[in-house]
Design a protein around this ligand. Structure first.
Ligand code: NI
Length: 216
């Protein structure tokens, strides 16, 4: 995502991703790489892209330390509940109900999501999470313009819980994540899209490689 010419990259999982075969990581621009938790399908290409671009890693303390052991010293460690003002806006780390371990088995701290407030918009990237009442705190404290929610089920919340999550966070403009990549998380697009539409909500199910504007 580009904010005022600054490129934010979330949880890069490209090289091992069967749906992202066409994407060349050499071409990926990043000034900041935000990592929600340590699972392989969220950190796979982060070391390579950080080396190529010099991007700063923003994640929890344990994950930023892990990247240091891989030779990536440009990191900003955070933890749940904390906020920091970056040049593109304020990042707040919020609860995610999931697990977190690095691909080599090292402890990956607590999984989290991010609420990002820029000069022009505010959004929530939930990471991998179950539905939780904690999401109501986000809705009470932020006017979200859009939100990235996982909805592939099995490892995270599924479509019906994501629909409830959009109520909890008070945001009707949802971008789906964490679906279709593996057999366990394949979703029925038509039924899912209709369930959101029925409640007057907009759901975008992005196709890898196709850009989209979340503010439309
Ligand atoms: Ni995960």
């Amino acid at each position: 995502m580009e904010i005022d010419g600054i490129n934010l990259l979330f949880d890069p999982f490209i090289t091992p991703n069967p749906l992202a075969k066409e994407i060349k990581i050499d071409n990926i621009k990043a000034d900041y790489i935000l990592i929600t938790h340590g699972h392989e399908d969220h950190v796979a290409d982060a070391v390579t892209i950080a080396q190529q671009t010099g991007a700063k890693i923003i994640s929890n303390f344990e994950i930023v330390n892990w990247f240091q052991t891989k030779g990536i010293d440009n990191g900003h460690p955070m933890n749940l509940g904390g906020s920091w003002n970056f040049e593109f806006g304020t990042v707040k780390c919020v609860n995610a109900v999931h697990s977190s371990v690095m691909p080599d088995g090292v402890y990956g701290g607590n999984p989290m999501g991010f609420v990002i407030e820029t000069n022009s918009f505010c959004f929530y990237h939930a990471g991998d999470t179950a539905l939780t009442y904690d999401m109501k705190i986000i809705g009470e404290n932020h006017e979200l313009d859009f939100a990235f929610l996982p909805l592939g089920d099995n490892f995270t919340m599924g479509p019906s819980d994501a629909l409830l999550a959009s109520d909890y966070i008070g945001c009707d403009n949802i971008i789906g994540m964490h679906y279709d990549t593996f057999d366990y998380i394949k979703i029925n697009h038509q039924i899912t899209l209709e369930s959101f539409k029925k409640q007057g909500k907009t759901l975008t199910l992005p196709v890898v490689g196709n850009g989209f504007n979340p503010l439309i």
